[in-house]
Design a protein around this ligand. Structure first.
Ligand SMILES: [Zn+2]
Length: 57
């Protein structure tokens, strides 16, 4: 129930949803600019979460 875990979950959900709904990602079979941005945000959240001592997996 920590805020960092919430941010991590939210960032991951955003990325997952984008991959499902983005036509460009499917057409190119490569992440578009938005996907890259979301993935970076997810990685950042994961990093800061790991710093706080949260279990990675
Ligand atoms: Zn995309």
């Amino acid at each position: 129930m920590s805020s960092s875990g919430d941010a991590l979950h939210q960032a991951r959900a955003d990325h997952e949803q984008h991959k499902r709904t983005c036509r460009q990602c499917h057409a190119d079979s490569a992440p578009c600019q938005v996907a890259k941005h979301l993935l970076r945000r997810y990685n950042n959240a994961r990093r800061s979460g790991a710093r706080d001592g949260l279990p990675g997996r």
